[in-house]
Design a protein around this ligand. Structure first.
Ligand SMILES: *Cc1c(COP(=O)(O)O)cnc(C)c1O
Length: 435
């Protein structure tokens, strides 16, 4: 049989997370307090995050041990995940390139997000927190955190953007099965929500409003903390189990990726996938590999944004962070890849793009869905619309290799499956999607 999967054993699971901060070409600029514009200290974050995660956020240690309980939960929900070879896609494209994809869809929540949700739930539980509050758009992050909370016995309240709450019931139901309380945002639960509803009872909600509601909920209740699924350093840190497994898997087949590709919403799956390899390059232990992040043209922070300090949320309540941003008040069109609609990106990833160490490209959603449809038919697995953006870039790389005859090795992160996003595919098939 031709090699199709590269599998790892339980013992091959990484025991540490890789922190890229000490290997960056220059230090990150600190987040600034939204009111005073002074650097934010641990004490400013303590009301909303547990201490251990605040420490990880600013840590300069290259490796941070993964607690035994977290390793066990990783194993339970599907780690280590397989690396697949897309042999059928290679043949279909008639390319000399070899294409590999890391299967982060196999987790119970269907995406990479439990890698950080589990770790965050664990540290909160350990520090005596009783409930987590968070926001979710289409529900991917909300369902991952609900899973993490269910595994560690925490309560969870999720503010779900009202349009998604009404239009996308399945992930809401999944969250409720895990025991979470899910509210359509804006909700009557918070001051922010009540204020907005008083002005407009029909308000359809936004991620920015939902973040404000979740933060208010955490700030007001000592037993409740807030949790974020992307952008922050500690989130990217937790995702590096993915990239360390990828390195081990390529070592097993005695190959090295020439290019590593991933889609970018806030940057967590792409960074987790490639930072361990990029770290080797930064430390001059390897070179050659290129790194390409893929975003939608409708929310083009890395390719068209400004590199400056901006708020993390729409309302301007969070600290200011130095990043590529299209502006915190930018409202992206409602593209189906809901996970790619964030106005900014993770600060470390932005620094690496600014230094030209990481490349960025953008594709529109029609191109992405087209790639997703090809992948489903040829490889037999239906990607999340977010993942399809990466697949479009992979297909383009493979076609370039066909022209040059290069036998290059392409690896990408299959960040999630699309089985709860079929409406988007239906709209694409019916020709209803705009670029
Ligand atoms: C949330 C999500 C993304 C985007 O978030 P990142 O933090 O950039 O990884 C991408 N793919 C899937 C499947 C997601 O659920």
């Amino acid at each position: 049989m031709e090699e199709i999967k590269v599998l790892l054993d339980m013992e091959d699971m990484p025991k540490k997370w890789y922190n890229i901060l000490p290997d960056l070409p220059e230090p990150l600029l600190p987040p600034l307090h939204p009111a005073t514009k002074q650097p934010v200290g641990p004490q400013d974050l303590a009301p909303i995050f547990p201490m251990e995660l605040i420490k990880q956020e600013v840590s300069q240690e290259r490796y941070i041990s993964i607690p035994e309980e977290v390793l066990e939960a990783y194993y339970r929900v599907g780690r280590p995940t397989p690396l697949y070879r897309a042999r059928r896609l290679e043949k279909y494209l008639n390319t000399p390139a070899k294409i590999y994809y890391k299967r982060e869809d196999v987790s119970f929540a269907g995406s990479h997000k439990p890698n950080t949700a589990i770790a965050q739930a664990y540290y909160n539980k350990k520090e005596g927190v009783e409930r987590l509050a968070t926001e979710t758009g289409a529900g991917q992050w909300g369902s991952a955190l609900s899973l993490g909370c269910a595994l560690f016995g925490l309560k969870c309240i999720v503010f779900m953007v009202r349009v998604s709450y009404n239009q996308k019931p399945y992930r809401r139901i999944l969250m409720e099965l895990y025991g979470s309380k899910v509210l359509a945002s804006p909700s009557k639960e918070t001051e922010v929500g009540r204020k907005i509803l008083a002005q407009n009872p029909e308000h359809s909600g936004s991620l920015g409003v939902a973040i404000s509601e979740a933060i208010e909920t955490a700030a007001k209740d000592e037993k409740t903390k807030y949790s974020l699924g992307s952008v922050l350093n500690h989130v990217l840190l937790h995702q590096t189990v993915v990239g360390q497994e990828v390195i081990a898997q390529f070592e097993k087949i005695d190959a090295t990726p020439d290019v590593m590709i991933g889609c970018v919403g806030g940057g967590s799956n792409f960074s987790g996938f490639m930072y361990p390899m990029l770290g080797k390059k930064l430390r001059k232990e390897s070179d050659g590999t290129r790194f390409v992040g893929v975003e939608p043209v409708s929310c083009p922070s890395l390719t068209k944004g400004e590199y400056e300090y901006d708020f993390g949320d729409t309302a301007g309540l969070t600290p200011l962070i130095k990043m590529y941003t299209v502006g915190h008040d930018f409202i992206p069109p409602p593209i189906h890849a809901g996970g790619l609609r964030y106005h900014g990106d993770a600060p470390s990833l932005c620094l690496l793009v600014n230094k030209r160490i990481v490349e960025a490209v953008a594709y529109n959603q029609v191109e992405a869905f087209e790639a997703g449809v090809i992948f489903t038919k040829i490889e037999g697995i239906c990607p999340a619309p977010e993942t399809s953006h990466a697949i479009k870039a992979v297909i383009d790389e493979a076609l370039k290799a066909k022209k040059t005859g290069e036998r290059k090795v392409i690896a990408f992160n299959f960040s999630g499956h699309g089985l709860l996003d079929l409406q988007g595919y239906s709209d694409y098939l019916e020709g209803k999607l705009k670029p």
